[in-house]
Design a protein around this ligand. Structure first.
Ligand SMILES: Cc1cc2nc3c(=O)[nH]c(=O)nc-3n(C[C@H](O)[C@H](O)[C@H](O)COP(=O)(O)OP(=O)(O)OC[C@H]3O[C@@H](n4cnc5c(N)ncnc54)[C@H](O)[C@@H]3O)c2cc1C
Length: 387
């Protein structure tokens, strides 16, 4: 794809989008409000999405996937977020920060054991880098793994980890400091199966949004794993984390586009029906300018997101494009959620529609997988402006 080429989905991508849209509208939309209110992780729906193939869209067929590529995966996440961001992040994080590192850095045995069931939707994986002491500064991690009798013994605490403690959770990839031969330490990554003694997922956080997603603190207390648990080369854990993060940012950009699209549709429908001063509020220029601006910004966000995904799919560099898509799309999502609430007036503030849920769900998009501030550094670095 050249930079000025028009972007159109293929027939297969459109068919997949329609399948996921239909599923989201019929199986998720009617229950999303209740899951949000009760902070309930909907195991059955996540399982059904797995059966539909949603977890394996972008993974190669030899590893249980559909081999349909990164653009198709983007479309899936976007469609889910149009209805429910909690489900979208459950799928997006499972695929991009748990499945992708195993695909990129795993041994054949690790791929068969962890990636194949993940791609088939039989279990979920998690990735734990963030610690209570910091998330943006990956290298400041204090969790340790020390070698002992042919095993690694992990100690430390990880914060805000998605998909680690529900009944579908099977493993977490954890980054930890390992000793270097000449002294000092470096980050390494390990795959820790759920149920390993000393690996203790805590109870779910109570969050501002994403109530139906599974987010927990994880404690590692003399957690012992065999040498085969090492994922990627010893001392290269930062690479195991940061390489898939570019793809993860496309996922968050897709969630942002989907949430913004859903918010725009809600706002447009309400503006057409709500009458004030004798006419639908949509007729007021102050309102339809808001909606026209949002439509334009969402389309721009979508194009940035699809472009980053298309570059990934083509095997080309996409670090800057993924950062730009995530930065722009997440800020559009926050704006769309806020304008949606504003257009709904007082009704928007009442927890009886999806409007406040979308508002609460939007904010994390500018924080997770690289805050807006950090993404500006990433883009500036790609521009040669900083180290
Ligand atoms: C619901 C949820 C799910 C999550 N899921 C996961 C997961 O599955 N796995 C995982 O590992 N993590 C996960 N995270 C963590 C998330 O990735 C981090 O919260 C994020 O990276 C920011 O890290 P932090 O919260 O420690 O903030 P900090 O890094 O402490 O940053 C605080 C503020 O300072 C700013 N800042 C930091 N450094 C700079 C700088 N150099 N220049 C300018 N500004 C700076 C940041 O932009 C931010 O505004 C999740 C978080 C949440 C809330």
């Amino acid at each position: 794809m050249t930079s000025c080429q028009m972007f159109e989905l293929t027939d297969d991508q459109r068919a997949l989008r329609d399948t996921i849209r239909e599923f989201a509208e019929s199986e998720i939309a009617p229950h999303a409000g209740e899951w949000d209110e009760t902070h309930q992780f909907p195991v059955d729906v996540v399982r059904q999405l797995g059966e539909l193939g949603a977890m394996g869209v972008a993974f190669p067929e030899e590893y249980g996937g559909l081999g349909a590529g990164a653009v198709a995966m983007t479309v899936v996440v976007e469609e889910l977020a149009r209805i429910d961001s909690s489900i979208a992040v459950t799928v997006g994080a499972n695929v991009s920060i748990a499945g992708e590192p195993v695909l990129l850095f795993g041994t054949e045995e690790q791929k068969q054991r962890w990636l194949v069931p993940l791609a088939r939707g039989e279990h979920l994986g998690a990735f734990a880098s963030t610690e209570p002491g910091g998330g943006s500064d990956v290298r400041a991690s204090t969790t340790t793994a020390r070698p002992e009798d042919g095993c690694w013994v992990i100690n430390g605490t990880k914060a805000f980890i998605t998909n680690a403690g529900n009944e579908l959770s099977a493993f977490v990839i954890v980054t930890a400091r390992t000793p270097l031969d000449g002294g000092g330490t470096a980050l390494s990554a390990f795959i820790v199966p759920n149920g390993t003694p000393g690996y203790e997922p805590q109870k779910p956080y109570r969050k501002l949004g994403w109530h139906a997603s599974d987010t927990r603190e994880l404690v590692f207390n003399d957690c012992r794993v065999p040498d085969e648990a090492l994922l990627g080369p010893l001392g290269k854990g930062a690479r195991v984390f940061l390489t898939p993060l570019d793809g993860g940012r496309i996922g968050v950009a897709a969630m942002s586009v989907g949430l913004a699209q859903g918010a725009l549709e809600q706002a447009t429908a309400y503006a057409k029906e709500r009458v004030a001063f004798g006419a639908p509020i949509a007729r007021q220029q102050a309102i339809h300018f808001k909606l026209a601006d949002l439509k334009t910004q969402i389309e721009a966000a979508r194009l940035l997101t699809y472009r980053a995904a298309a570059l990934k799919e083509a095997g080309k560099p996409f670090t800057e494009e993924a950062a730009a898509a995530k930065l722009f799309a997440s800020e559009v999502a926050v704006r769309a959620a806020e304008e949606n609430l504003q257009i709904h007036g007082g009704f928007g503030y009442i927890e009886e529609s999806a409007v406040p849920r979308f508002y609460r769900d939007a904010k994390i998009l500018t924080i997770g997988e690289g805050t807006s501030e950090i993404l500006r550094y990433v883009i500036a670095r790609q521009m040669g402006l900083t180290e």
